[in-house]
Design a protein around this ligand. Structure first.
Ligand code: OX2
Length: 841
């Protein structure tokens, strides 16, 4: 249906076009209007929740006006667009970010204050949008911010989970999971009830030859689920560009079938169908770096991929271009293997629905997709059982078999007679049952494959994807080192530091060109500057100390060294190494003379992070940390010298308080296991130092900031395999200091030692796969170096200033520009000056 207003009536539209507010008065007017009309309240019953709602709606109106203009601009320009497909978008809060990105936070602050509210209290009303597990989901969120800030025509596509990552509670030292129902009131989404896509599951495939003798496949029967679009505006920083994140929500198709059931009295089963359909977008799988192969997860993947591709193809078809131009207009990036079915779905659309030849279609497909790999951990590499696939997506399985056949034929031509090679690279693993290897499918169906830090990108080329480098050549594989958005992770999380930097570098320009931070180098020895710098860090530590007090009841000394490790709990990330180190410190302090105690820098060890609900070893680590805290924090013999804190329910909004408050943060994964890490970047950007292994992006951070400004320790990735071999087949003696730690645990010093038997046993008796004992000595020694270095505050501060000055490389803007140039071949779409942006400094 043509819904466009005819030319003669357009003047009226132009005359009354929505105008985004730019002044304080207009903002207040909008807030009052929303309180009094949208919310049906008044000044006599406007609490902070209502004020949050009204302020958000005022900003939402503003964003959606720019959103509309951006979409029109991008449609008219008709240039290439990027679609970022991610099962996770860990957005956090939107209001503060929106206010800062459009440059109107000060206006909002004054406006709210005139209306009787403190802006911080209003910001704190917001529930995090937590549609992700950890780094992978947060990376997607940073990328959306950068793509909008750089004016790229780019959309994110994801799932609108009713329940995001669970809320973590700590009860008696144990993690308890509570559902996160976040949609009670969400002003940031726009339901698009007019954008609904039918998604098919199950059924069967009928094949025949048409009159022209062409083979035709028809996927028929099965069931239909409806996907409804929900749009979330993504404002760029200091630009009118407001991009879109489109999330799909599932609903039963209330077609004739249901009515038949309903009319024939089968009311219960028609409701059951409804619920079964809604289950698809009900909950985020809470596993980080772990694939569990559950059918519902595959259903989620196809549901989201099918709806997104339908939407993308529909938009393309409106342009009436030839299919061969598809990859000139569209780049689709696969965030990990989760959306790999998009490759198969596009091939299916092109050959089954649009009648293209296989080869013609396949060229379009491979030129469209890029695949980002985020891990080499075997337990995280996605595989789906063939029987499960056959049942759920019968036509897709056939296409996968065909893709594999053509691929293996090409391998055979290149490496005649190498049967081992064929077995190794086949998309189908010949196991019992057979499995579809999603990473292999993603490689074969994409034109570029990238890792997320240099070491990681090298590792995938030499280990898990080695054969594919031989087959496709090295140019198909590339690296794009991760980055973070300095808007949220500096400007928003650490406003005082951002202000100080702005005052020395000529305004907020550094937030758009992070290399400007370089100018700070000249202040590294400036007394006045250092004083201000240190005051800001101290204030951020005071803020965190207050938060710790209010949530755990424990008093910590803000002058102590704050040592922070916050991230998902995982054996490979080695929170166990950290807590064993803490116990070692506890033992050391207990054995110290009063004189020795006076010389030791007091320390607060802070942990935070969720364990996957089914990951018992990770839960055991949480339990140990909490129990150690319970003992140490009450030991009068220790006092301020050591405190151990576990912060409940670590999430994005908490990270904004925690990150600016570190003196050191820990990034201590077994070398070769953490693909990149991104919190390492956030901590350094906020003036903290790192204790870390030579892993992931730590290596590039070291290269950028200089090895004098980081505490590296531990074995190298290249030695890991040999060490593991020695553990299993040679002699394996534990580090003597670690043995003392284990002895203390086993003496029930931290509660019943039986609870921790599996954890100590994994190191003592089961091969110490993560090299905790091998790295323990080096870790303890390096912690001592940290203690020593911290005593010289002058030098310490200089190190942190130099580090911040050299972090420009780690902006996600740099990252997005690399993707755009090397993988997507897209250009930003310049914007005019028609918008009323706030110009806040
Ligand atoms: C994470 C990686 O573990 C982390 O190292 C990386 O920084 C992040 O992705 C963003 O690239 N699930 N989460 C990840 O990988 C997978 C798989």
């Amino acid at each position: 249906v043509e819904a466009s207003i005819p030319e003669p009536q357009r003047d009226a539209w132009k005359k009354f076009q929505a105008k985004p507010f730019v002044s304080k008065d207009d903002f207040e007017k909008e807030v009052v209007r929303h309180v009094e009309t949208t919310l049906a309240r008044s000044m006599f019953n406007c609490d902070e929740t209502a004020a949050y709602a009204a302020a958000s709606l005022a900003f939402r109106d503003r964003l959606i006006t720019e959103w509309n203009r951006t979409q029109q601009r991008q449609t008219f320009a008709d240039t290439k667009r990027v679609y970022y497909l991610s099962l996770e978008f860990l957005m956090g809060r939107a209001l503060d970010n929106a206010m800062l990105n459009v440059g109107l936070k000060n206006i909002a602050k004054e406006g709210l204050s005139e209306l009787g509210f403190r802006i911080e209290d209003i910001i704190n009303q917001e529930h995090d949008a937590a549609l992700g597990n950890g780094g992978l989901g947060r990376l997607a969120a940073c990328f959306l911010d950068s793509m909008a800030s750089l004016n790229f025509p780019a959309w994110g596509y994801g799932l609108r989970y009713k329940y995001g990552i669970f809320k973590q509670e700590i009860v008696d030292g144990y993690q308890v999971e509570v559902p996160d129902y976040w949609l009670d009131f969400n002003p940031w989404e726009f339901p698009r009830h007019d954008i609904v896509v039918d998604v098919q599951f199950y059924g069967g495939v009928r094949k025949y030859q048409d009159e022209a003798g062409k083979n035709v496949a028809v996927w028929e029967g099965g069931e239909i689920v409806k996907a409804t679009a929900y749009d979330v505006p993504i404002p760029g920083f200091n630009t009118p560009t407001t991009n879109n994140m489109r999330l799909w929500s599932s609903k039963a198709a209330s077609g004739e079938f249901d009515f038949q059931k309903f009319n024939s009295g089968d009311y219960e089963s028609s409701v059951a169908d409804q619920q079964r359909a809604e289950t698809i977008s009900a909950v985020l799988y809470p596993n980080d770096n772990l694939d569990r192969g559950k059918e519902l997860r595959l259903k989620q993947q196809y549901f989201w991929v099918a709806a997104s591709l339908y939407d993308i193809v529909r938009r393309f078809k409106k342009s009436k271009r030839a299919w061969s131009e598809f990859p000139d207009q569209i780049a689709i990036q696969l965030n990990d293997t989760h959306p790999t079915l998009a490759i198969v779905e596009l091939q299916r659309i092109l050959i089954d629905m649009e009648g293209l030849d296989w080869d013609e279609a396949w060229t379009i497909v491979t030129n469209t997709f890029g695949y980002t790999n985020h891990t080499v951990l075997p337990e995280a590499l996605e595989k789906w059982s063939v029987p499960l696939f056959q049942n759920l997506l019968p036509r897709h399985l056939q296409i996968i078999y065909d893709i594999n056949m053509f691929f293996l034929q090409s391998v055979e031509r290149k490496f005649p007679g190498d049967r081992d090679m064929l077995g190794r690279v086949s998309i189908i693993e010949e196991s019992q049952p057979k499995m579809v290897r999603m990473a292999f499918l993603a490689i074969v169906g994409s034109h570029k494959v990238n890792g997320v830090a240099e070491l990681h990108s090298d590792l995938i080329k030499t280990t898990i994807f080695k054969d594919f480098v031989k087959i496709f050549g090295p140019d198909k594989f590339t690296n794009v080192t991760n980055g973070i958005t300095p808007r949220r992770w500096l400007h928003q999380a650490n406003p005082r530091l951002s202000e100080l930097i702005a005052s020395k570098t000529g305004g907020l320009g550094f937030l758009k060109d992070l290399n400007v931070l370089n100018e700070l180098e000249k202040f590294a020895d400036d007394k006045e500057f250092k004083k201000e710098w240190a005051e800001i860090k101290y204030a951020n530590k005071v803020r965190l100390a207050k938060y710790i007090k209010s949530t755990t009841g424990v008093t910590v000394n803000p002058a102590a060294l704050f040592d922070i490790q916050v991230k998902r709990i995982h054996e490979y990330k080695r929170q166990q190494l950290n807590i064993f180190g803490v116990i070692h410190r506890y033992l050391t302090i207990k054995a110290m003379t009063p004189e020795e105690r006076k010389k030791l820098a007091p320390r607060v060890s802070i942990f935070g992070g969720k364990a996957a609900p089914g990951y018992w070893m990770a839960k055991t680590i949480i339990h140990l940390i909490n129990n150690v805290g319970a003992v140490v924090n009450k030991d009068p013999d220790v006092g301020d010298l050591l405190k151990v804190i576990f912060l409940e329910d670590y999430n994005v909004s908490k990270a904004e308080i925690i990150t600016p408050a570190s003196d050191v943060s820990e990034h201590i994964s077994t070398a070769g296991t953490e693909a990149s890490g991104t919190s390492n970047m956030k901590f350094v950007l906020n003036g903290g130092l790192i204790i870390g292994t030579c892993d992931g992006a730590n290596i590039e951070i070291t290269r950028e900031i200089g090895e004098n400004n980081i505490f590296l320790f531990g074995n190298l990735a290249e030695d890991v395999e040999d060490l593991r071999h020695t553990h299993n087949y040679g002699s394996h003696t534990l580090d003597p200091d670690l043995v003392k730690v284990f002895d203390l645990i086993k003496s029930n010093a931290f509660g019943d030692a039986g609870a921790f038997g599996a954890l100590t046993g994994s190191i003592e008796d089961h091969g110490d796969y993560y090299l905790v004992s091998d790295d323990f000595h080096s870790y303890i020694q390096t912690q001592t170096l940290v203690d020593e270095a911290y005593k010289n505050q002058e030098e310490w501060i200089t190190k942190t200033i130099l580090s911040v000055a050299r972090m420009g490389f780690f902006s996600s803007d740099r990252c997005i520009n690399e993707y755009a140039e090397m993988i997507w071949n897209v250009e930003p779409l310049p914007v005019g000056k028609e918008s009323g942006l706030g110009k806040e400094e």
